[in-house]
Ligand binder design. Structure first.
Ligand SMILES: Cc1cc2nc3c(=O)[nH]c(=O)nc-3n(C[C@H](O)[C@H](O)[C@H](O)COP(=O)(O)OP(=O)(O)OC[C@H]3O[C@@H](n4cnc5c(N)ncnc54)[C@H](O)[C@@H]3O)c2cc1C
Length: 398
């Protein structure tokens, strides 16, 4: 097999982290080569655009950086190099103005990822970034990087490498987490990959499932956060659940099932609810009576999921259950279905520029590193920030 030494700087992984590193290097006059296992770049980024490409969040920077939990100190430099305002300026410069949605989430005006990604790739190619698609990294030994390609195995040697191989969620989009074996074999510490921003299994009754699968539960509160989530065939998913997915996953890992308490009427006190439910029902059916106070549909049926028939007429029991609805989470959904990945390459392997301490000239960035964050634009901001940070560190290294 011929050893290809023509690419001096390789970026392996054409997601937003790798592409941002390529941008920094090509802007500085270098000609990096981006390798990816898939036939085209940025497949997860494109998929992210389907529900509205949430690039970042407009909240206060201190609050913003607290979204990264224990990894906050390790991500400080990335967020300083490329903060939420920078990501907006970057998008604007590519020709895609952004706006702040009602919840503070920031989107391009059309909310789409396709036009932005195409423009970004055009800019990179014009700026001397080369792309080698259908190149799946399968081995790294000494200075030889081996890729599986449609033409068989190919070997390359590079002067510098940036690994941006992603996590393991939605593997059909390219990131499978198979890199963990390659890096473990080099003696690097990898914390197990786990689902983040995922759904949870709940043992709904057949009747409830049939009637309410696919129904959003709006205006509810989970641990002081207001929001909504979706009831579905297997249990629950959606933004309010994702916002707590780290905590819920950790509780389930300790002891399952785990019961989390939901406030189904956050804008009414328990005593107010009790007072309303204690008024005379007269000849009204229970459902019609509850409906008077806005208790109907999915919220009313949830009560029937957890209370015995006799308790449904007890105002204090019903009021208490509405304020502390016990949602029993049996387990969490697999990583393949999750929005993102927790765990990954430990930061202890890396220096301040995200270069592997034991392998000078090799950098690691993006979702493959051991951090997690809720949805809300925090994921893309961090991965692109790391791309910028490592790109700049590589420039200094060169
Ligand atoms: C449905 C969905 C919606 C999302 N929406 C949002 C959102 O609105 N806002 C937000 O902030 N985040 C969102 N995310 C998360 C965000 O897309 C990811 O955090 C981000 O894409 C991670 O970037 P990355 O570059 O680190 O990894 P990836 O985007 O996963 O890119 C890694 C690349 O490496 C390649 N690769 C992997 N292994 C190999 C190998 N062995 N050899 C060669 N190439 C390899 C992959 O093919 C892939 O192209 C969403 C995710 C999903 C699944």
């Amino acid at each position: 097999m011929l050893l290809d030494v023509s690419c001096k700087i390789a970026i392996i992984g054409a997601g937003p982290a790798g592409l941002m590193a390529a941008e920094v290097l090509s802007d500085a006059g270098f000609a990096p080569t981006v390798f990816d296992a898939m036939p085209s770049a940025g497949r997860k980024f494109l998929r992210a655009g389907r529900g509205g490409l949430n690039l970042t969040h407009a909240e206060d920077l201190n609050l913003f950086s607290s979204r990264y939990f224990e990894a906050e100190p390790f991500l400080k430099s990335a967020l300083k190099t490329f903060n939420p305002n920078d990501i907006r300026k970057w998008s604007n410069k590519l020709g895609f103005e952004t706006y702040v949605g009602s919840s503070g989430k920031v989107y391009p005006l059309d909310k789409k990822a396709g036009p932005l990604l195409r423009t970004w790739l055009r800019k990179l190619k014009k700026n001397n970034t080369q792309f080698k698609m259908k190149h799946c990294l399968v081995a790294w030994s000494k200075d030889i990087w081996q890729f599986q390609t449609p033409d068989g195995l190919k070997e390359y040697s590079f002067d510098n490498v940036i690994l941006a191989l992603g996590g393991a969620s939605w593997p059909s989009l390219g990131s499978t987490g198979a890199w963990t074996k390659i890096l473990e074999d080099k003696g690097l510490t990898i914390n197990p990959l786990k689902p983040a921003n995922m759904g949870f299994n709940v043992a709904w009754s057949e009747v409830f499932k049939e009637k309410f699968s696919g129904t959003p539960l709006k205006n509810v509160k989970l641990q002081s956060k207001l929001g909504e989530f979706l009831v579905n065939e297997y249990g629950v998913e959606g933004s309010l659940i994702y916002a707590h997915s780290k905590y819920l996953r950790e509780q389930i890992e300790k002891n399952s099932p785990f019961t989390v308490y939901i406030d189904l009427f956050p804008h009414r006190t328990q005593s107010k609810l009790k007072e309303q439910l204690s008024t005379k029902r007269g000849k009204l059916s229970l459902s019609a009576f509850w409906k008077r106070f806005g208790l109907d549909g999915i919220k009313a049926s949830l009560l029937r999921e957890v209370l015995e028939k006799d308790s449904l007429v007890e105002a204090d029991v019903v009021a208490k259950t509405l304020k502390h609805f016990p949602l029993v989470l049996e387990s969490f959904r697999p990583i393949e279905e999750a929005i993102s990945t927790a765990g990954g390459l430990s930061f202890e392997n890396l220096d301040a520029g995200l270069m592997l301490k034991d392998f000078p000239g090799v950098f690691c960035i993006g979702e493959m590193l051991d951090w997690e964050a809720p949805t809300g634009g925090y994921l893309l901001t961090a991965v692109m920030g790391q791309g910028k940070q490592a790109g700049e560190a590589l420039l200094s290294h060169l």
